[in-house]
Write a protein that binds this ligand. Structure first.
Ligand code: KDG
Ligand code: MG
Length: 402
């Protein structure tokens, strides 16, 4: 059996997505997501110029060998561009193998450990009142877990505040938007938000919050402590994690559960965090961390330390990543939760999929493979549009983390 052809498909049904399609000489094909928000074309070039020529003629059944070939063989290891490209190949190959076995991907991985996958949705508002209303809408839709982000009084254009109701998209067309950041205002405001949410919605709904790498370890420790009375499911990306040691200080000061990992690309980015039990949830996902093959390695390491999974699932990860992640989630023994930002109807039409949401849970469906396809005619209607994530500055103009 041989890989006969591989192609990159770029489409922009409201936001950019990069998809790799691998076709075999036996008529079976598979797809993988390679979208890297704001840097999409770098992965397109990496795949087209450097990866696809090496794939042609290879046996698609040898997933592990192809993974090692692309990772070790490049000499230049790791990084978001390389690992997103490897992820796309890996996801497409698992899709092909599961289709050949006539099985849903979860069966190939070892079978389901659960029937359905707990997800959290995104409630965003420009201020406290709007955020409370947004949480109410998610409760009404059946969500059991909700991430709450709100504009902060005195701050303009804060991260996490959606544009339009119920759909949230951080990237904007054109050059990066500049947003403002003020840590003291934020630290004062966030506990008042969760106080209100607990007063209004009680203790049954799981609440989450994303600090988006903006705090120092000490500030993160202060926030974790001040949120303890509200029993959060997790506090995400409390501080940048290039220095994994930074989480030790946060951990020593608060029992608020900590989650991190959406920007990690390999097991090496989270090895110390996991082995020192500095986090509770690891947020790596299929497209960012080298596909199913590598994600499984991360989850297995995490399971030794009672760290659970909480895969990234923002709208810039295509439905292909969502489908593959759900098969992974339904298998992985140390599952925690799955992020689920609903895609737009235009995106759903480009990527027909077997998964569905019901009453706070996602079900992967029982289609063979990962259950997500690409409608190439529909995709062709939406040409690529340059778009960037915003950048943040402190009030004195200093560039800050976003
Ligand atoms: O989903 C999250 O937790 C995010 O922080 C979303 C990110 O901003 C987004 O995926 C960046 O591309
Ligand atoms: Mg996040």
């Amino acid at each position: 059996m041989k890989i006969e052809r591989a192609r990159v498909i770029v489409t922009c049904p409201g936001r950019n997505f990069v998809t790799l399609k691998i076709e075999t000489d036996q008529g079976v094909s598979g797809i993988g997501d390679a979208t890297l928000n704001g840097r999409e074309k770098a992965v397109v070039a990496y795949l087209e110029d450097h990866v696809i020529p090496c794939l042609i003629g290879k046996d698609p059944r040898r997933i592990e060998d192809i993974w090692q070939y692309l990772y070790r063989g490049a000499y230049w290891r790791r990084g978001p561009v390389t690992m997103s490209a490897i992820a796309a190949v890996d996801t497409a190959l698992w899709d092909i193998k599961a289709k050949m076995a006539n099985m849903p991907l979860y069966d190939l991985l070892g079978g389901q450990s659960r029937d359905r996958v707990l997800v959290y949705g995104h409630a965003n508002g420009a201020d406290l009142a709007e955020t409370v209303d947004a949480v109410a809408r998610y409760v009404d839709m059946g969500y059991k877990a909700i991430r709450a982000q709100s504009g902060v009084p005195g701050m303009k254009d804060v991260y996490g505040v959606g544009r339009g109701k119920l759909f949230y998209e951080p990237a904007g067309v054109g050059l990066p938007q500049e947003t403002q950041w003020n840590t003291p205002k934020y630290l004062r405001f966030v506990p008042t938000l969760f106080d209100k949410l607990r007063e209004k919605f009680g203790l049954d709904v799981q609440l989450l919050h994303d600090a988006h790498h903006r705090l120092t370890p000490n500030e993160a420790a202060q926030l974790g402590k001040s949120l303890e009375p509200y029993g959060l499911f997790w506090l995400e990306d409390a501080t940048p994690a290039e220095n994994q040691e930074a989480f030790r200080l946060i951990r020593q000061h608060t029992t608020t559960p900590l989650a991190v990992g959406e920007i990690f690309n390999t097991i090496w980015d989270c090895k110390d965090l996991i082995q020192n039990q500095l986090i509770d949830y690891i947020r790596t996902t299929v497209v960012r961390a080298g596909g199913i093959t590598h994600l499984r390695r991360i989850a297995d390491l995490a399971s030794l330390y009672q760290v659970r999974t909480g895969s990234h699932g923002a709208t810039d990860l295509s439905p292909v990543t969502m489908g593959a992640a759900l098969h992974f989630d339904t298998w992985v023994p140390n599952f925690g939760i799955q992020e689920y930002m609903r895609h737009s109807p235009e995106t759903d039409a480009v990527f027909p999929h077997a998964y569905r949401f019901e009453d706070g849970y996602l079900y992967p469906g029982d289609a063979v493979g990962h259950g997500v396809d690409i409608d190439e005619k529909e995709a062709a209607k939406y040409p690529y549009e340059p778009a960037y994530l915003p950048v943040a500055r402190l009030e004195d103009g200093t560039m800050w983390n976003w």
